[in-house]
Design a protein around this ligand. Structure first.
Ligand SMILES: NC(=O)c1ccc[n+]([C@@H]2O[C@H](COP(=O)([O-])OP(=O)(O)OC[C@H]3O[C@@H](n4cnc5c(N)ncnc54)[C@H](OP(=O)(O)O)[C@@H]3O)[C@@H](O)[C@H]2O)c1
Length: 305
């Protein structure tokens, strides 16, 4: 097989993390096939990227879309249920993708999971991720599982929208005492780790976390200083935060923060017990991006339309 014939599959190759993984693979001379629900999205990679629709409902078609791939990189997942798509269905979809990769003879499956994924979690996001990890480990495929905490970068939603609120509003609410922690990683570093896992032959499970850990109070304080905010930081109960988030969601026609996301944050699930696996520091990245972060609101719902 010549270099031009070699390709990998990336689910959501034009999504947030998928785009960075795709850019790295193409930089290495590989072609990429994207599986996506948005096959007509503008393609900045030209002939090096082809797109096909997800065929989770058709195991034969799904396996055919993976045949010949060197590796499959899976970024597919949902942040919250919508349009009839539940966490249970998204979990079943990824399991179908894993089974199809096995049938198609794919040599390596790289799955983007999350820190503290757990099949016994009471939170559907973390439980679904844990169930998928377990399915992959028992699939017979060679695998790499990458577990990022909070991913930051130019296209990120959460930190951008916190900065946007800090630029505009006199008050910024934090749920609970704000002493729970997050360990952000740059999206470029996630992509480097994911592509690195495809090069290995051993099965690997690795947290993807940067060198800095912040309490949520520290994170909001850092963002406030970055954008020169005069907002007063207040602490509210998680239920008040949820009401505020719901009102805000109606105003922005978005889903800004869910009950489960508040619980995940407050349960310290976006932090690793392992050593950092990436080097980019959020504090330094923010200095470089202070003039742009939070200048526009970024809507998850609008992006998925
Ligand atoms: N972003 C973070 O801070 C973060 C933190 C920890 C772990 N992760 C994990 O990293 C992976 C990539 O995250 P990302 O933020 O880069 O994701 P993303 O680009 O927004 O989406 C990745 C893929 O999931 C599909 N998708 C997303 N929401 C969907 C929905 N509501 N219905 C149907 N399909 C949907 C996208 O479909 P299209 O191709 O059609 O767009 C795309 O294929 C995910 O597995 C996520 O769980 C992310």
């Amino acid at each position: 097989m010549s270099v031009q014939d070699r390709f990998s599959v990336v689910t959501g190759a034009l999504g947030y993390t998928g785009r960075y993984i795709t850019a790295l693979l193409i930089h290495r001379g590989l072609r990429v096939r994207s599986l996506t629900a948005h096959p007509h999205r503008a393609n900045p990679f030209g002939a090096q990227l082809e797109t096909q629709p997800f065929r989770f409902d058709d195991p034969d078609a799904l396996a055919r879309s993976l045949e010949g791939a060197q590796a499959v990189f899976n970024t597919y997942w949902i942040r919250f249920p919508s349009g009839g798509l539940t966490f249970a269905q998204a979990t079943a979809n990824v399991k179908a993708l894993i089974d199809a990769a096995k049938r198609a003879g794919v040599s390596r499956f790289i799955h983007i999971s999350i820190t503290n994924a757990d099949p016994d979690s009471s939170l559907p996001y973390f439980r679904g991720k844990g169930l998928i990890e377990r399915h992959l480990m028992h699939s017979g495929l060679r695998y790499g599982i990458l577990r990022p905490a909070l991913i930051f970068g130019h296209e990120d939603i959460l930190l951008n929208n916190i900065a946007w609120m800090l630029r505009r509003f006199p008050l910024f609410p934090i749920p609970g005492d704000g002493n729970y922690r997050v360990q952000p990683i740059a999206v470029d570093d996630v992509a480097q780790l994911a592509v690195g896992l495809a090069d290995q032959s051993a099965d690997v499970i690795m947290d993807a976390v940067g060198p800095e850990t912040f309490t949520f109070n520290q994170l909001v304080g850092l963002l406030a200083r970055t954008v020169g905010s005069n907002s007063r930081i207040i602490h509210v109960s998680p239920s008040v935060q949820l009401i505020l988030a719901k009102v805000f969601s109606v105003l922005t026609r978005d889903v800004t923060l869910t009950r489960d996301e508040i619980r995940g944050l407050m349960n310290d699930l976006l932090v690793s017990r392992q050593s950092p696996t990436a080097t980019t520091r959020l504090s330094e990245w923010l200095v470089l991006n202070a003039s742009t972060i939070g200048t526009h609101y970024r809507s998850e719902v609008a992006m998925r339309a």
